[in-house]
Design a protein around this ligand. Structure first.
Ligand code: B12
Ligand code: SF4
Ligand code: SF4
Length: 227
């Protein structure tokens, strides 16, 4: 996406906060797209997110200037930055926390050819499990995207799957994530390791080490999850 002036401009604007473009696509006839900036169904979506811990210091600097007690500071920070970027580039911004929830992971699978790990988090060939989506831009016009490629799915060649042996309550079941069992453990007296430095299963994955979030950032996400 590097050669297109729109994508270049967006990348430069987002780089001020170490956020990155995470690919996109034009909606097709089988989709029910959310509204674009005009209010008519959007024609294209472009995902914005983070690879590893890079945006965290920007967020912390922003947060230090806010009044205490904000309920969802990371969402507010991302909405502020991505909202301003949308305005500058004629798009409508949406957030992964907007309700009803938008299908961010399905969009990401289409945009970047990623597949889910056994944990539910999408596996990235370079970032491993250490990446997230902070927003998306919806456009009224179709955009020209590079031909999408299926990314290498590292979980396919990971024989021992250490992620599946690391959770003290075996929260990763064939039926899906055992949210209640995880929550009870993380909130309980035995859950200090998950609480203080992040999900043991996510941390057991050997890939994307250079992108691993700091313990402080992981504890922040865990506190939000525990509420
Ligand atoms: C609700 C939600 C949850 C619920 C899931 C409840 C449930 N059983 O559905 C709970 C609270 C359990 C959850 C937890 C986590 N989540 Co969550 N969650 C969401 C949210 C806000 C909505 C999901 C949804 O319903 N979407 C609507 C449907 C229609 O869209 P979809 O693309 O088809 O949804 C897919 C996901 O729901 C996925 N899924 C279903 N169950 C679970 C459970 C987990 C743990 C994950 C990661 C995915 C997942 O399967 C769907 C099919 O592809 C999304 C953001 C979003 N808008 O999608 C983030 C999102 C899926 N979560 C994310 C993450 C990282 C997590 C956590 C790992 C960390 C965290 N943020 O706390 C934790 C896991 C807790 C832990 N022990 O570490 C990321 C995943 C990023 C990635 N790299 O893939 C997302 C995309 C948010 C983001 N900002 O990037 N989450
Ligand atoms: S430990 Fe293996 S199976 Fe689990 S997420 Fe990492 S690569 Fe995938
Ligand atoms: S946070 Fe802890 S209890 Fe929850 S899924 Fe991860 S390892 Fe299991």
């Amino acid at each position: 996406m590097k050669n297109d002036p729109l994508f270049d401009g967006l990348s430069i604007a987002l780089a001020r906060n170490d956020l990155i473009l995470r690919g996109g696509f034009n909606f097709d006839a089988g989709d029910i797209p959310p509204p674009g900036p005009s209010g008519a169904p959007a024609k294209a979506v472009l995902l914005i997110g983070q690879a590893g811990r890079a945006p965290w210091p920007h967020f912390e600097a922003w947060r230090a200037k806010q009044p205490p007690g904000i309920e969802n500071p990371l969402d507010d920070w991302a909405r502020e930055i991505i909202g301003a970027t949308a305005e500058e580039f004629g798009a409508r911004a949406v957030s992964p926390s907007d309700q009803p929830y938008l299908p961010f992971q399905q969009w990401a699978m289409r945009a970047e050819g990623l597949k889910p790990s056994p944990l539910g988090i999408l596996m990235h060939p370079q970032y491993g499990l250490w990446h997230a989506y902070r927003g998306a831009l919806l456009f009224d016009d179709v955009l020209i995207f590079p031909t999408p490629r299926q990314a290498i799915h590292l979980c396919d060649s990971c024989v021992e799957k250490p992620c599946l042996n690391a959770c003290p309550v075996n929260a990763f079941l064939d039926e899906g994530f055992a949210h209640g069992a995880c929550l009870a453990h993380v909130r309980g007296s035995a859950g200090a390791a998950c609480r203080d430095s992040g999900c043991l299963a996510r941390n057991a994955c050997p890939f994307g080490n250079a992108f691993r979030y700091t313990a402080r950032e992981q504890a922040f996400h865990m506190r939000a999850f525990m509420r």
